[in-house]
Design a protein around this ligand. Structure first.
Ligand SMILES: *[C@@H]1O[C@H](CO)[C@@H](O)[C@H](O)[C@H]1NC(C)=O
Ligand SMILES: *[C@@H]1O[C@H](CO)[C@@H](O)[C@H](O)[C@H]1NC(C)=O
Ligand SMILES: *[C@@H]1O[C@H](CO)[C@@H](O)[C@H](O)[C@H]1NC(C)=O
Ligand SMILES: [Zn+2]
Length: 377
């Protein structure tokens, strides 16, 4: 009986050790694979044949492509990431802005006086913003969070101020910075998005444009710009240049169901087909890392008792969260191992003692040892 207990303890000990070691091995998750063959002969690319983009645009087969799935568990907090500050986003109604349907997206042209002032090595100037969306049935953000799509996504495209314009910058390694945000559905109409969406009907035909009054474009982005993910990637459309320093905000924006439906149902592309599902599938990371400007969730959450199993099950240590009132995961593990060690040691001695007793009985040898108390039968 004691022997059984001892073996069980050993087993648990081994299990815990193996769990602990597997939890520290990093894991990358890519959810789609690209394939390419077939000589591409169409001059126009589309979202239904995105697997073949690489035959016409070789960069689309590269190893730093966008979008990606953002795994919130493996994103590492980088406290050195500089905060993002914007300048000139608060546009006056004049001059007007050009809004166009280019057959792939709804795009608003932006003046270079709109800038990211801090957050990168140099200022980056705005060039345009555009959207990606799906259908009522299918959410259409490009990036995913833990493999889940949002209904839509906004991209504000900026180019490095050391280049003359966006076409100069687009194929340079440090050429572009895109600020991206997820668009969800809220109860209320978003009046800032309405400044754009109210003009949708005027650009329903492919390759048409209209003018809308300038407005505060800052309000198209989430309230908080403090929490964001950062990684190195590409344009999500051909020619897929791998020149984008990506920022995806953790805070999101919302539009009403009706506003989203308008975006999904109004624009037409070639052959009068509905322009929708203009999102590219998540691309493989190929060893890239996503860093985050934020770390642990604030301590305001109710303290929770973490069982040993729970403490071992998360894949990546997130610094010092998830502890029992002030203890880090490391502390808990240390105590657990310490406890197990003591118990195992105790078990071993008891086992050894019993074996010895048995040996004595069997061989009838003289033993000096005398038990102070007996408890096993
Ligand atoms: C992206 O921006 C960050 C923050 O300024 C910088 O550290 C990093 O080198 C940039 N990456 C590329 C590829 O330019
Ligand atoms: C961008 O700048 C280059 C170099 O100054 C110039 O040759 C080119 O015409 C410019 N392109 C646009 C679209 O302004
Ligand atoms: C924001 O961050 C939290 C904490 O990591 C995460 O649970 C959530 O999914 C993130 N949401 C987005 C849109 O990034
Ligand atoms: Zn985009």
């Amino acid at each position: 009986m004691l022997r059984k207990a001892f073996l069980t303890l050993l087993l648990i000990h081994g299990l815990v050790l193996s769990l602990a070691s597997s939890s520290s091995s990093s894991e990358e998750d890519g959810s789609s694979e690209q394939e390419h063959d077939k000589k591409g002969h169409s001059h126009h690319w589309g979202y239904t044949d995105q697997d073949t983009w690489g035959s016409m645009f070789t960069d689309c087969n590269g190893k730093s492509q966008s979008p990606i799935d953002i795994n919130t568990k493996t994103a590492v907090h980088d406290p050195k990431l500089p905060a993002i500050s914007l300048q000139g986003y608060d546009l006056t109604d004049q001059p007007a802005l050009t809004l166009l349907n280019n057959g792939h997206t709804l795009q608003l042209m932006l003046p270079p006086t709109m800038r990211i002032m801090t957050g990168f090595d140099r200022p980056y100037y705005a060039a345009q913003l555009h959207f990606h969306w799906g259908t009522v049935e299918e959410p259409g953000s490009e990036h995913t969070i833990d493999n889940v799509h949002f209904p839509a996504e906004i991209h504000v495209v900026h180019y490095n101020s050391k280049y003359a314009n966006i076409s100069e910058a687009a194929n340079k390694p440090d050429g572009l910075a895109v600020l991206g945000a997820f668009i969800g559905i809220g109860l209320h109409e978003n009046e800032n998005y309405e400044k754009i969406l109210s003009a949708l009907k005027d650009v329903s035909v492919e390759e048409t444009k209209t003018e809308i009054p300038g407005f505060n474009a800052r309000h198209l982005l989430p309230n908080s710009l403090e929490r964001f993910y950062r990684y190195t990637g590409s344009l999500t459309t051909p020619p897929c240049f791998q020149t984008v320093n990506w920022t995806m905000f953790n805070d999101t924006v919302t539009v009403s169901r009706k506003q989203l439906a308008a975006l999904e149902d109004t624009l037409k592309m070639e052959q009068n087909q509905l322009l929708s599902k203009n999102f590219r599938a998540p691309q493989l990371l190929h060893g890239r890392h996503v860093v985050a400007s934020f770390g642990d969730t604030p301590v305001q959450q109710s303290p929770k008792i973490v069982s040993l199993k729970e403490a071992d099950s998360s894949t990546r240590p997130r610094a010092s969260t998830g502890g029992v009132a002030g203890m880090s995961r490391g502390d808990i593990l240390a105590i657990a191992f310490g406890g197990l060690f003591v118990v195992t040691l105790l078990g071993f001695f008891m086992y050894a003692y019993q074996q010895r007793k048995k040996f004595k009985k069997d061989s009838r040898q003289n033993v000096i040892y005398k038990p102070a108390n007996k408890e096993d039968a």
